[in-house]
Design a protein around this ligand. Structure first.
Ligand code: B12
Ligand code: SF4
Length: 506
């Protein structure tokens, strides 16, 4: 049977990789996962595993981080094959043109695509017709149609957490990362989910993109993990929203406290949340929730981002959460072409009004896998030559005259929201040239808020921040994100932020 090594550069436990690994193991293959940030000699460790296949996950900006390693591995292991999956190659297969590194990509959910691929490579059979897989044909990327998604998430094996928790750093955290569903009720225009709903399903009758695990399956999955890794004290659900399916939260509230009983944090979709759900979440053990506010301008939120919720909802839900003693954090996004600086200050003001326990603030990035991003590229609004690194934490790629003010506001956002007198001060400070001092401000807030609000603990959160700092700052503060041959020569200091919650996208 084949030996498959997953490689990851962000210090995080990836749900997709856990399920792919479990599926491969279920069919007799040997798998492991290697985190570049947690290995002393990453290249050697992967080589020592003697992989036949390397699998890598990539969001846009991360598709080339391992190229130099791959070249070195391929010199040593002649038959080595490399497959890339995840959001980036699902929407853009040009990475296949780097044919000396990447042999195939997959589109969409890939449990059975990857299994077919590994089986075919092992048996020396052609891979060109495997559904979901893309390969080079006549020198051009060719994407095969995709198969039906796995309708019943309970039919999948439990995610293989062992490949991540072999790292004591991840196993000894207080917070266990878990997913209860796939999909999302919304189709926000700045997020890939809208296009995933169209392109990640085959369109066969009855197929659904939004699916949940049954509550019983989820509780069993938890207890299976907790029996082996008993140190976790809290759960963080990484799903787009835990309240995805009507009625699910109520059943969850009945069963979770008895069967698992750990407190948890989760993302919620405030459009579909009522007081009854909030009471059920509380009863289940929810201590903290997170939701996407994104813009304080209702016009931008509704008309451009298509988030679907009004100012009224933005005010009502926090009031109810406070009433039922659940802390809440907002996710905010600055700098899309739809917003003026004044709109961005409305986001500051709305946060001041609803007083979240923490604000995550990200810079808008135009992904080609989003409706808004595609429009930006088509309308030439993107500074394509500008290298902003893999993250959405450091710089903006948008062509706009006030881009420095936008980036400064991103850094000082929390000062404007939380410091008495901060707002007028920040209005002045953003006019100054960009400078490294500002860069540290969001990190300090992020550290405090994640650690305290998400229950991570200051030390765990600090360690995660240090491991992932490179991609946050790109070239700022001396941190670097380097891919390809440059990375070979210089010190790599990689990774995208993951300080414990999934605040990145909603
Ligand atoms: C939870 C989450 C996070 C978590 C966990 C990271 C992760 N990527 O899993 C955290 C908070 C760390 C995070 C961080 C970031 N995220 Co995020 N995140 C998500 C979210 C909400 C769910 C992902 C998930 O677990 N889904 C469930 C699992 C089962 O599905 P999956 O991961 O897609 O895996 C399946 C397939 O992709 C494929 N697959 C996955 N891995 C592999 C590997 C191989 C070898 C193969 C063949 C196939 C394959 O098979 C899997 C099983 O079916 C998605 C939105 C979404 N609905 O997808 C955004 C999303 C993936 N994130 C996004 C972004 C932008 C980021 C950040 C860059 C933000 C930042 N901080 O700067 C970072 C990047 C970190 C990273 N290295 O991925 C974007 C990516 C857009 C793009 N086109 O690249 C998404 C799509 C949301 C959006 N805004 O559009 N994120
Ligand atoms: S941003 Fe969040 S709420 Fe909007 S579509 Fe994406 S995952 Fe769903």
């Amino acid at each position: 049977m084949a030996r498959v090594a997953f490689i990851v550069t962000t210090c995080h436990e990836f749900e997709g990789i856990k399920v792919l690994s479990a599926t491969l193991k279920q069919h007799g293959h040997t798998t492991d996962c290697f985190l570049s940030t947690l290995e002393r000699d990453f290249r050697r460790t992967v080589l020592d595993f003697k992989p036949d296949v390397i699998g890598m996950y990539a969001t846009t900006g991360q598709e080339r981080w391992a190229h130099d390693h791959i070249r070195a591995w391929k010199k040593e292991i002649r038959h080595l094959k490399v497959v890339q999956g995840g959001p980036h190659p699902s929407f853009d297969q040009d990475i296949l043109l780097d044919a000396e590194c990447i042999d195939a990509t997959t589109k969409g959910e890939a449990e059975y695509a990857m299994l077919d691929l590994v089986n075919a490579w092992e048996a020396n059979q052609p891979i060109g017709d495997i559904p979901n897989v893309a390969v080079l044909r006549d020198g051009k990327p060719f994407q095969n149609p995709i198969r039906r998604v796995v309708d019943d998430l309970d039919s999948l094996p439990f995610p293989d957490v062992d490949i991540f928790y072999k790292y004591s750093f991840l196993a000894n955290k207080r917070v266990l990362q878990v997913h209860a569903s796939r999909g999302c009720q919304n189709s926000c225009t700045y997020c890939s989910v809208g296009l995933m709903k169209k392109e990640w399903i085959s369109g066969r009758a009855g197929e659904k993109f939004n699916r949940t695990k049954s509550v019983d399956y989820l509780c069993e999955e938890m207890n299976d993990i907790l029996a082996r890794y008993p140190k976790f004290r809290m759960i963080n659900f990484g799903d787009a929203a835990l309240n995805m399916k009507r009625g699910w939260v109520q059943e969850f509230a009945d069963k979770w406290p008895k069967k698992v009983g750990l407190p948890f944090a989760c993302n919620i979709n405030i459009n579909y949340l009522n007081e009854e759900d909030i009471i059920a979440l509380k009863r289940a053990g929810c201590v903290s929730v997170q939701f996407g506010l994104e813009s304080g301008s209702e016009q931008v939120r509704l008309k451009v981002y298509k988030k679907g919720y009004t100012d009224e909802i933005v005010h009502d839900i926090p009031r109810l959460l406070r009433k039922h003693n659940i802390t809440y954090r907002t996710n905010n996004m600055l700098g899309s072409p739809a917003e003026t600086i004044e709109d961005m200050f409305k986001t500051v003001e709305q946060n001041k009004e609803i007083q979240p326990n923490g604000c995550t603030v990200l810079l808008y990035r135009p992904f080609k896998s989003t409706a808004l991003g595609r429009e930006d590229f088509a309308k030439n609004r993107v500074d394509i030559g500008k290298d902003i690194g893999p993250s959405i934490q450091f710089d903006s790629q948008m062509k706009r005259d006030d881009v420095d003010q936008v980036v400064n506001l991103h850094k000082l956002f929390n000062v404007a929201v939380y410091m008495p007198g901060g707002l007028p001060l920040v209005r002045q400070l953003i006019k100054l040239p960009r400078n490294p001092v500002y860069n540290w401000v969001p990190l300090a807030f992020l550290w405090y808020q994640h650690a305290v609000v998400s229950g991570y603990g200051m030390l765990d959160d600090f360690k995660l921040g240090v491991l992932n700092i490179g991609q946050i700052f790109g070239k700022g503060l001396g941190g670097r994100h380097m891919y390809g041959s440059e990375a070979e020569r210089k010190n790599q200091f990689l990774d995208t932020i993951d300080t414990g919650t999934t605040g990145a996208v909603h």
